[in-house]
Design a binder for this molecule. Structure first.
Ligand code: MEV
Length: 418
């Protein structure tokens, strides 16, 4: 199995599907699912008031080696260039070992908000006195998770000063293992609330998971060949682009948007909750009190670029759409993931590489030339180009540096008339 297939992008869609299906042992049904997407009956069972479904393209990022394993990473996105950029930039790490990842575990937080407390410090102490009872109560709600080694492991009690009062906020620290965990954590938080009320003599209102999953941190690291990225000047520009983002929230928002181009696409393809991951990522980026870069970029002594990414990644491989959506199931099989932590590692790897691809383009030729090529392709299809005419239209538009629809239409018509 290799993810490094020369000219992969030049293959036809059918050829690519065949290659991926062979490498990942996809069944005929799984191949069909990739081609046809979500059946309406399933859509109707997933959400309410269904009238159809909107598809976004699913591609695979090539050239990834993560923790020594060759892997094609499925990405679902409507944005041109994102998948190509990740695949290109991944090559610069491949020869130097690829991307390496680690994770702090699969632990989530559930929050229980307690109001009307006269003695918040006293209430906090009382909650800790009942810690074992609270944990036992919660774990009785999910024996399957406990059997798998998960469940509530600890509690924290935070005192939150607000304009009106000091709120007592209980955190359930729950190892959700291969599940994203929202269902397990929310069920526990709701069920234990009467006990918390009895202990504190307060009034519980909110009982919900926190998306700032700071006990589910994933780290990715890669060393990238400066030569393959275009030389030392570009590498230094990339480092200074990172320094800019880390110092300026206006730039950090766009810089991190580039990271999330990769992360969200991979999270969506795996059937996970993109909003949960995005909320966690941005909250984590602001954890020092200022919104900063999620990545770091440095030059090592060998003159290569070293990148790191660190963010919370609450993703699962059991439950929700990961188990019901046929395309998400095929995506997980393509990566051969065995655990939520392994999936999170691939997602982080894509985020790191995607960020590098953006910074490289911004530090050199700018992003418009790559974008315009794909934009021209879209316009050529809109103008009625098919088959090899599409590439010829794009080529001519690039040579003329003219990407107006009128001109693309003219070129298409003249080539079709040949
Ligand atoms: C565009 O989708 C993403 C970029 O703006 C990211 C960045 O500026 O780093 C290119």
């Amino acid at each position: 199995m290799t993810s490094r297939i020369k000219g992969f992008y030049l293959l036809s869609v059918e050829e690519r599907i065949k290659l991926i299906a062979e490498q990942s042992n996809l069944t005929n049904e799984e191949v069909e699912a990739l081609k046809s997407g979500l059946p309406l009956e399933l859509a109707d069972a997933m959400v309410e008031n269904v009238i159809g479904h909107i598809s976004v393209p699913l591609g695979v990022a090539a050239n990834f080696k993560v923790n020594g394993k060759e892997v094609f990473i499925p990405m679902a996105t409507e944005e041109p260039s994102v998948i190509a950029a990740a695949s290109n930039a991944a090559r610069a790490a491949y020869e130097l070992g690829g991307i390496f990842t680690s994770s702090s575990g699969t632990v989530m937080r559930g929050q229980i908000q307690v109001l009307n407390i006269g003695d918040p410090h006293g209430a906090r102490a009382k909650i800790f006195e009942h810690k074992d009872e609270i944990i036992e109560h919660c774990n009785a709600k999910d024996p399957t998770l406990v059997k798998l080694g998960g469940g509530v492991k600890d509690i924290e009690v935070h005192l939150i000063d607000t304009a009106k009062e000091t709120m007592v906020v209980v955190h359930l620290i729950v190892d959700t293992k291969d599940a994203m965990g929202a269902n397990a954590v929310n069920t526990m938080a709701e069920s234990v609330s009467p006990l918390i009320e009895r202990i504190t003599n307060g009034r519980v209102v909110l009982r919900i998971i926190s998306n700032l999953a700071d006990k589910r941190i994933v780290r990715a690291r890669g060393e990238f060949s400066t030569d393959m990225l275009g030389g030392m000047e570009i590498a230094k520009n990339i480092v200074s682009a990172y320094e800019f983002a880390d110092a300026d929230p206006y730039r950090a928002a766009t810089h991190n948007k580039g990271v999330m181009n990769g992360i969200t696409a991979a999270v969506l393809a795996s059937g996970n909750d993109t909003r949960a991951v995005e909320a966690g990522a941005h909250a984590y980026a602001a954890r020092t009190g200022r919104y900063r870069s999620l990545t770091t970029w440095e030059l090592n002594k060998e003159g290569n670029l070293v990148g790191t990414l660190e963010l919370p990644l609450a993703v699962g491989i059991v439950g929700g759409a990961t188990k019901t959506h046929p395309v998400a199931k095929a995506a997980l099989k393509i990566m051969g993931v065995q655990s939520a932590e392994e999936l999170a590692g691939y997602i982080a790897a894509v985020g790191l590489v995607e960020n590098l691809a953006s910074l490289r383009a911004l530090s050199a030729e700018g992003i418009q030339s790559g974008h315009m090529r794909l934009h021209a392709k879209n316009l050529a299809v809109m103008a009625g180009a098919t088959g090899d005419i599409i590439d010829r239209v794009v080529q001519q538009a690039v040579e003329e540096k003219d990407f107006r629809y009128d001109r693309i239409l003219e070129i298409t018509n003249s080539l079709r008339g040949e």
